[in-house]
Design a protein around this ligand. Structure first.
Ligand code: FES
Ligand SMILES: [Fe+2]
Length: 427
């Protein structure tokens, strides 16, 4: 059975399956109407995107007082600017000038994100100025206005908090939970990971013609791996998968969040004919640079199932943020930002410890582009899936036990939409 033979098997929960361990999920076939209906997407906008904590960047993107970046949040019909103030505090504001609504911070193209460093924000239209704490500090020809008090015209703040160096915002007027309460124990247990040491970043984005949940689903189940990624892996791993399929050893849910683990594998011990010459040369491939940095003791929360050998853990932070840790001392993140009911912007960021020489740099690039190819294989497939889901020909789809995280995502989305519909304020 190849590498699976050496992997400790984790008995499924006593109830007999991962899914039945969470009886509230049920086992019935599910609808994908939530991924095709424009009306449902409108509900998601208010019920989820304007209420959940959303991860928008890393503190390393704000290295100095005065550093800022913008984030386009088309799904909430806004743009925000996140800035480290002159007092060192990280704050977020809607990116709109209080005079006549111009987008305040942008460079050459108004719809593109930007970043930089400044001591104040100046509107490109009539020159109003704002301090980095949001206060309006200057109005051109102020005396021509009527009873205007600059104190009433500060930037509109957005709730903002930082966890483990990740900057989150919440567009709700009054978030119902603090960020830490929202993240809960499963995600909170990742806090000790040395994110501040793993900072060499490679970024990719793609416009995907599929609903955001359809893509999340393909990343959060491994049932498809032997088929979609066939022949991407070395023969030693691939051949047994073709016969036996693949089973991840641990799944776990916590509130709206979820995770899965896959076993450890050792690509650097493979026979020569299964490793590309370039991979051997730069000592890197799909599983990352072969030489792992010493990151010290890592938090046990990365591997809550205690899987040994441990290889990968993927945490899906509701609604659209994924963090995947690799045994070789690196991690990557996913974001899915809806742009319409049937499209979204996909962001992939891969993080490594800074390279010390050219070979290490090439090793990181090799890992980054190899993994990107994997992600693009999924991406290509879901375009086809979205097209046929929209036909509406089939109403219910059966999910296997290893598709528990997909079942969970759709259940949580439905729950948030129901909660919002039933909330007194929505009436
Ligand atoms: S719209 Fe910004 S100064 Fe007029
Ligand atoms: Fe995949």
């Amino acid at each position: 059975m190849g590498y699976l033979a050496g992997v400790a098997r984790f008995p499924k929960p006593a109830e007999g399956s991962w899914t039945q361990h969470y009886p509230e999920l049920g086992t019935a076939p599910i609808s994908y109407e939530d991924s095709t209906s424009p009306e449902f997407s409108e509900l998601e906008r208010d019920a989820i995107w304007k209420r959940a904590w959303l991860e928008v960047g890393r503190v390393e993107q704000l290295p100095r007082n005065g550093s800022y970046f913008t984030k386009e949040l088309a799904v909430a019909k806004t743009s925000i600017v996140v800035v480290r103030g002159l007092d060192g505090e990280v704050r977020a504001f809607h990116n709109i000038c209080r005079h006549r609504g111009n987008k305040l911070v942008w460079q050459d193209f108004p719809r593109e994100e930007t970043s930089g460093s400044c001591r104040q924000f100046v509107c490109k239209y009539h020159g109003w100025q704002y301090a980095l704490d949001g206060g309006c500090t200057f109005v051109q020809q102020e005396s021509e206005f009527f009873d205007l008090d600059k104190a009433d015209y500060g930037l509109v703040p957005v709730h903002c908090d930082v966890w483990a160096g990740f900057v989150f915002v919440n567009l709700d007027r009054e978030p119902s939970q603090t960020l830490r309460d929202f993240l809960g124990p499963l995600v909170g247990a990742l806090e000790g990971y040395p994110f501040d040491q793993v900072t060499e970043r490679f970024s990719f984005t793609a416009e995907i013609p599929a609903n955001w949940k359809v893509f999340v689903d393909t990343l959060q189940e491994q049932y498809h791996a032997p088929i979609v990624h066939r022949n991407q892996r070395p023969e030693t791993f691939d051949a047994p998968m073709q016969v036996y399929g693949f089973e991840a050893p641990h799944y776990q849910l916590d509130g709206p969040h979820r995770m899965l683990t896959t076993p450890g594998i050792l690509p650097w011990n493979l026979p020569d004919d299964q490793v590309k010459p370039m991979e051997r040369l730069v000592r890197s491939g799909l599983f990352g640079p072969w030489d792992a940095p010493d990151l010290g003791e890592l938090p046990a929360g990365m591997n809550p199932g205690g899987c040994d050998p441990w290889g990968i853990s993927l945490f899906l932070v509701f609604p659209n943020f994924g963090i995947q840790f690799w045994e070789r001392g690196w991690y990557h993140t996913y974001h899915h930002w809806p742009t319409s009911p049937s499209s979204h912007r996909f962001e992939l960021n891969l993080y490594f410890t800074p390279s010390n020489n050219a070979r290490e740099r090439l090793a990181r690039e090799m890992a980054a582009i190899t993994f990107r190819e994997f992600a693009l294989q999924d991406d290509n497939l879901i375009v086809a899936q979205q097209a046929m889901l929209e036909s509406g020909v089939v109403e219910r789809f059966p999910l296997g036990d290893q598709e528990i995280l997909c079942r969970h995502l759709h259940a949580v989305v439905a729950q948030w939409v129901d909660d919002w519909r039933n909330a007194p304020a929505a009436v």
